[in-house]
Design a protein around this ligand. Structure first.
Ligand code: PMP
Length: 769
């Protein structure tokens, strides 16, 4: 991989004579071989084979070629035919300098063998590879060389942060770039602070499978010492592992073979092994960064991008592997003890000593979470989960652009809206770009509930009325007001029933409701209007979600909102759209849920996805409603609109735009719905498939005529999917609807995984009956 020196593609004039004059060769035949950057030639003469290395940038190369030759001579003293041996000239030199072209020549012995890349891989071969690296590193460990130690190589893993930061912009696809960015961030968090504690040594620095030779099923030699560097010792096996495991179905298992071979010969320290998962990722990222950069500089050179495709493939796989699993496997391979993790039941008991049991935990077997990445979550036991459920990490768990935006702002200024700072205006202006004209004021708060509470205050203040019209099964928040206007809560378990301030309207449900035909929306609206007559002129606001989440991902019947909005406004009220779940492009075909129904609300409530997990909420309303609220009483939220939240919110919008996640949600969501509809045709128990984009529900029933809910199957499915490491949940008045609203980076491959598992589990359930 040496990116070191100048690349000479033509054959150097008079090369044969140089070989004859200096190395006493009789009739050398010279043939160009592949090289990342410096020029290599295969030389055959009198039945002997050599490798000739040519450097035209003499100034840098002189010191380097001496250093490399010195190391190679040293290695060859200890062991023969494993490393290239510098051939001495007539006058006893290891290199020749040709004045006219300022070129340096080095002649090395040719090593026999096939490249590791080309041979059949076996665990034994991989163990021998680890052993070989360890033996080489043991020899290198005693070497010192100031030229090597002073060199700042572009491939030295210890410079990963600097190199990747410089070149990451060359990766043009934002969804690819985010992967590198994620591992860059993780390296900064997990590796950089530990680097000073790790042993350093001269290492080969490029044990890629095209530099490793194999004979008789064992690694027998190593070539190309052009990337030697004085770096962390563990970088050596990390690099060797990275290339060797490309294309493997089970990369961690294969890595363990190399590691155990290495560790037996040259024991690694536990803290070195604990870095390995991140170091492999770093090497992959370094490789794709260099490829992207070099592709722009030398579009005609195929060799520089030789590892690009498999590196990307491994990177995409690596991010799905739980770092706990990888690290535990590496530790095990090296014979280190793995710390025991408490069983979940014990943890549950501990939790409820200090936290009320009203904070429920999902699944029969709770998940003990450790970390997450995009659409994957990782538990403490080493399992990876496909997150087909959580809508809060909207652009993906731990999206590096979002995390970094928060980190940077937190390290600069965090205060409240009583001061002027740029981040608030930047964010609110950006956010308002997504709303139709009349909606032109933002009230930033910290949660959906706070937004609901404030929205109701705004509505009551503006209209001078008190009653709130709500929909059956709606949920809008956990505050006193939130509960009072959430049928899901006041009518559910532990609820106090409907308050006199609330009018509850039937949910316009075309699957189970009273009207189940094409234009049912208008019939439901007429029914609602009829009911509203009893509270004529008293309703301050009508609040609804465009798709009712707790109702079981139930889209409001077409045509309903238009009619009801008109009626509410007519009698002096305002209309609130709760977009906490449906907003920010999740619906694919629409950025906001209200667009789906062809209406423009007077007040919009935002939450969950807004900060990708950072607590943010907002109320968006018209100038008129906002102005009326400014009656002398200050509105202040300690945290709402703080610069950190604004920076995070802005980053979420930027990612949505750069990665075109709304369009992605549409494509993947349409596919998801189509696949579920196919399942529905196959299985009578799937009564309905509904939703839009990546906001999806599918309902289990016992009978397609009576629609009797099949709650048991839905619960079984939820828990079985969890056991198969796929996260979904259930909802709806009968808890028989599977809801799936994954991070928007969810892919069609992810959908296939869910569909396959749903089918398998449904089959097994039905067979048991
Ligand atoms: N509205 C809707 C539709 C919600 O789903 C939720 C949360 N589940 C809220 C409001 C309340 O948001 P938060 O939990 O952030 O207070």
């Amino acid at each position: 991989m040496s990116a070191g020196f100048y690349s000479e593609t033509k054959k150097y004039k008079g090369m044969e004579n140089i070989l004859k004059d200096n190395w006493n060769l009789k009739k050398p035949e010279v043939q160009k071989t592949e090289g990342y950057s410096n020029a290599n030639y295969k030389v055959e003469d009198a039945g002997e084979k050599y490798i000739l290395k040519v450097y035209t940038n003499e100034k840098q190369a002189a010191g380097w070629s001496d250093a490399e030759n010195k190391i190679l001579l040293g290695l060859n003293k200890e062991t023969a035919n494993r490393f290239p041996l510098p051939q001495k000239t007539r006058s006893g030199q290891t290199s020749v300098y040709a004045e006219e072209n300022q070129t340096i020549f080095r002649l090395l012995s040719w090593l026999e063998g096939d490249f590791l890349y080309d041979v059949l891989h076996t665990p034994e071969l991989f163990k021998s590879f680890g052993k070989f690296l360890a033996e080489m590193d043991s020899l290198l460990h005693d070497c010192r060389d100031y030229v090597i130690e002073a060199r700042h190589s572009q491939w030295d893993l210890q410079h990963f942060v600097q190199i990747a930061s410089e070149k990451i912009h060359c990766i043009s696809n934002p969804s690819d770039r985010k992967l590198v960015h994620y591992f860059l961030l993780q390296y900064r968090e997990n590796v950089a602070p530990e680097l000073h504690k790790l042993r350093k040594s001269i290492i080969h620095g490029d044990a890629n499978d095209r530099n490793v030779l194999v004979q008789n099923g064992m690694v027998s030699g190593m070539i190309d010492f052009g990337d030697m560097c004085f770096s962390q010792l563990v970088n050596e096996p990390a690099i060797g592992i990275t290339y060797a495991i490309m294309g493997k179905d089970n990369p961690v298992e294969w890595a363990c073979h190399i590691l155990s071979g290495y560790h037996k010969k040259l024991p690694l320290e536990q803290r070195e092994i604990e870095m390995l998962y991140w170091l492999v990722a770093a090497r992959l990222c370094m490789s794709v960064c260099h490829s992207a950069y070099e592709k722009l500089r030398q579009p005609e050179n195929d060799y520089i991008t030789i590892s690009e495709k498999p590196a990307w493939e491994l990177l995409r796989k690596w991010v799905t592997i739980n770092p706990v699993h990888a690290t535990n496997s590496f530790k095990k391979a090296a014979g280190f003890e793995i710390s025991a993790v408490k069983p979940v039941d014990e943890l549950k008991k501990e939790r409820f000593k200090t936290v009320s049991s009203t904070f429920s935990i999902s699944y029969k077997k709770p998940v003990y979470m450790e970390r997450a990445a995009f659409q994957y979550m990782f538990d403490k036991y080493g399992n990876s989960y496909l997150d087909a459920y959580n809508n809060i990490p909207h652009v993906g768990h731990l999206h590096p652009q979002v995390v970094e935006a928060g980190q940077k702002q937190m390290a600069r200024l965090n205060t409240n809206t009583r001061y002027i700072y740029d981040q608030l205006n930047e964010y609110t202006t950006h956010l308002l770009n997504y709303f139709p004209k009349p909606l032109s004021k933002v009230f930033p708060v910290n949660s959906g509930s706070a937004a609901t509470d404030l929205a109701i205050r705004l509505a009551r203040n503006f209209t001078g009325k008190n009653k709130i019209a709500v929909l059956e099964h709606g949920y809008h928040g956990n505050t006193q007001t939130g509960i009072e206007i959430s049928h899901y809560k006041f009518s559910g378990k532990g609820g106090n029933g409907i308050s006199e301030n609330v009018v509850c309207l039937p949910v316009p449900d075309t699957f189970r409701g009273e009207f189940r035909f094409e234009n049912a929306g208008v019939s439901y609206a007429n029914q609602a209007i009829q009911q509203l007559k009893t509270s004529e002129n008293q309703v301050a606001a009508f609040i609804a979600e465009p798709i009712v989440g707790c109702g079981g991902q139930l889209p409001l019947a077409k045509g309903y909102l238009k009619e009801v909005y008109a009626k509410i406004r007519n009698q002096g009220g305002v209309c609130i759209s709760d977009e906490v779940q449906t907003g920010f492009g999740r619906l694919g075909h629409f950025f906001w849920g209200f667009e789906m129904h062809g209406v423009v609300p007077d007040i919009v409530i935002l939450g969950k996805p807004m900060g990708n997990g950072h607590p943010m909420g907002a109320v968006i309303t018209t100038d008129e409603i906002a102005d009326a609220f400014d009656n002398g009483m200050e509105f202040f939220s300690s945290f709402g609109g703080n610069p950190v939240s604004c920076a995070i919110g802005n980053a979420v919008l930027n990612v949505l735009e750069e990665e075109q996640l709304q369009a992605h949600a549409k494509t993947v969501g349409d596919y998801y719905l189509q696949e579920l509809t196919s399942l529905q045709q196959k299985y009578e128990c799937i009564g309905d498939v509904r939703g839009s984009g990546l906001f999806i529900g599918f309902e289990f029933i016992k009978d397609r005529i009576t629609l009797e809910p099949e709650t048991k199957l839905a619960q079984y499915l939820k828990n079985e999917l969890r056991n198969r490491h796929i996260l979904v949940s259930t909802d709806g008045p009968f808890d028989n609807v599977i809801k799936s609203k994954p991070p928007l980076c969810f892919t069609t491959d992810n959908v296939d995984e869910v569909i396959h598992a749903v089918e398998k589990v449904t089959e097994s359930y039905l067979k048991r009956l």
